[in-house]
Design a protein around this ligand. Structure first.
Ligand code: APR
Ligand code: ZN
Length: 264
């Protein structure tokens, strides 16, 4: 991959320096450098395996919960070992400096929060919580993990024996209405929407750039591959996000490390 062209990167820094209400919209591409595969990359995208995609859908959960959890178990290791990337730290630093008002993420990995971002809108939920589909009793990920380690597959509610479902939005599920409302409000009030690591093909998340644009915000897209919104963006950079974040962080005097870790 050719490194991002410096003139486009310098223009991004100028836009970021001028903007006062930045919102970030992130997708799986911000976490691939943490070892978590994305969904649609031609190399390694999870949805290249159609069986996996179906087993992890809402129908797959209802029709074959045992297979659903067997697929989950395959995907857990990288999720549990992943550490925030330079991009996660860049966004957390923008928020700390009062420049970024919200991170809207389609990711369920919790890495934005672990990098220090506070206002994170999880459009597609999180793997950190779960609930019983019958009595709605809430469970932590650790409680579900304990059940799985005791070979209780699929894990069931200890109150009513209902199936336990992770608080993740599956294909066929509705998005959490409160998260969608917060995301819509954030993009309609921002002056710059920074879209990082998303193919922008899954709605309603993929409609947020249009709403931001119509509310007068500028769009900047950083993604390895082209997206359907590239033609509406001020600046498009098709390059690895790690390099992008390192360049912007260096130019804006940021230490893209966990707080307290001295730069190498
Ligand atoms: N740097 C820049 N871009 C990257 C990198 C990287 N290191 N790694 C991957 N990408 C890009 C890929 O080229 C791809 O276009 O990130 C994009 C990720 O797109 P998807 O895999 O489609 O992920 P996302 O857009 O988050 O998917 C949205 O689809 O299946 C559902 O619920 C799932 O939240 C997910 C939603
Ligand atoms: Zn129950």
């Amino acid at each position: 991959m050719t490194p991002p062209r410096n003139d486009a990167l310098n223009r991004v820094v100028e836009h970021l320096e001028r903007a006062t209400r930045v919102v970030a919209l992130t997708g799986a591409g911000v976490s691939t450098e943490a070892g978590i595969p994305d969904f649609r990359s031609s190399e390694g995208g999870l949805w290249n395996d159609l069986h996996l995609m179906v087993s992890l859908s809402s129908w797959g959960f209802r029709l074959a919960p045992g297979r659903f959890y067997a697929s989950i178990l395959r995907l857990l290791p990288p999720l549990l070992t992943a550490q925030p990337t330079r991009t996660h730290y860049l966004l957390a630093e923008f928020e700390r400096r009062g420049k970024l008002t919200a991170v809207i993420t389609q990711n369920i990995d919790g890495l934005h929060q672990r990098a220090g971002s506070r206002n994170v809108i999880e459009l597609h939920g999180t793997y950190r919580r779960a609930h019983c589909v019958d009595c709605q009793h809430a469970y932590t990920f650790e409680e579900v993990q304990n059940k799985i380690q005791r070979q209780e597959l699929p894990p069931r509610c200890h109150r009513c024996r209902g199936l336990i479902k992770p608080d993740v939005v599956l294909f066929g599920d509705l998005l959490p209405s409160e998260a969608l409302a917060r995301a819509t409000e954030a993009v309609q009030q921002c002056d710059l929407l920074l879209i990082l690591g998303s193919s922008l093909v899954v709605y309603p998340a993929a409609d947020l750039p249009r709403q931001a644009r119509e509310a007068g915000a500028r769009l900047i897209i950083v993604n390895l591959e082209p997206t359907p919104y590239d033609h509406r963006a001020e600046i498009v950079i098709h390059a690895p996000l790690g390099e992008f974040s390192q360049f912007v962080g260096d130019r804006m005097g940021m230490n893209l490390q966990p707080l307290g870790v001295p730069p190498q």
